[in-house]
Write a protein that binds this ligand. Structure first.
Ligand SMILES: CC(C)(COP(=O)(O)OP(=O)(O)OC[C@H]1O[C@@H](n2cnc3c(N)ncnc32)[C@H](O)[C@@H]1OP(=O)(O)O)[C@@H](O)C(=O)NCCC(=O)NCCS
Length: 225
């Protein structure tokens, strides 16, 4: 089932479909923000990734054609600010998906990412009929942990050596929402101050686990700032 990628708006924030002609502007942002993005970027366990923005856009759009994802550009007042990808869309008895995101450093702290996650999740629940949305974050990524805490994504647990990021397998905290727990929608619940306190916060046991070295072979030896 080919997916139509919608354009979603709230105030100065626009979430719109990625296009082949975004390649040049996107490449510029990715190059200008190398040190900002690198610690959190997915890498290839088999070797260096080829940095080919055009190919990556093609692959995202093909995935959308196959019904597997929704690739968005995040815009602030019409300017390209970052990306949000809904990926791993499954239907049927799972009806689930994951979200990943980034914004350029100069757009950080304006609430663009929580707004984008809320818009995309509400779209997936309401228009695609998905049931569950998941976001996984390295324990070290305090800024990203604030995004799920603001929106009240429920903390589910620690996944050891879950995603290959910045050159190694990294532990991740997993957060999720299911559609039934917020009939009013993610954006509405957040904007109306109705997110239950503490819902998106990992518990003390999870932090303690994240601070201890993980499975054997984990060379990262996480420390939590
Ligand atoms: C994580 C990230 C997407 C958050 O996006 P955002 O649009 O800035 O989100 P918010 O505006 O809600 O800010 C979230 C937190 O970032 C931190 N922050 C704010 N301004 C910041 C700045 N200029 N520089 C660094 N961090 C900042 C604050 O802790 C903020 O939480 P607060 O609002 O409670 O103070 C963004 O920091 C980013 O792109 N980082 C690099 C890539 C990345 O980490 N991707 C996510 C991988 S899971």
């Amino acid at each position: 089932m080919a997916l139509t990628i919608p354009t979603l708006r709230e105030g100065s924030l626009t979430l719109r479909p990625i296009r082949a002609r975004d390649a040049r502007a996107l490449e510029r942002e990715l190059i200008d923000n190398r040190s900002w993005l690198r610690p959190w970027e997915a890498t290839n366990p088999r070797g260096a990734l080829v940095f080919d923005v055009r190919a990556s856009i093609r692959s995202l759009l093909n995935n959308a054609k196959d019904g597997g994802g929704l690739p968005f550009i995040i815009e602030c007042d019409g300017e390209l600010a970052g990306q949000l990808n809904v990926s791993s869309i499954t239907y049927g008895s799972l009806s689930s998906a994951s979200i990943g995101y980034w914004v350029s450093q100069r757009f950080a702290g304006r609430g663009l990412t929580p707004g984008s996650v809320a818009l995309a999740t509400d779209h997936c629940f309401r228009e695609l009929g998905l049931h569950r949305m998941e976001i996984c974050i390295r324990p070290e990524n305090r800024a990203s942990l604030r995004v799920v805490a603001k929106l009240g994504f429920r903390f589910e647990g620690l996944r050891r050596r879950y995603i290959h990021i910045d050159g190694d397998w990294r532990d991740h905290f997993c957060f999720a929402l299911v559609a039934e727990e917020l009939p009013q929608g993610v954006l509405h619940r957040w904007r109306n101050g109705q997110v239950p306190p503490g819902l998106g916060e990992p518990d003390a046991a999870a932090w303690a686990a994240a601070e201890t070295p993980g499975l054997s072979g984990d060379s990262t030896g996480h420390t939590v700032p």
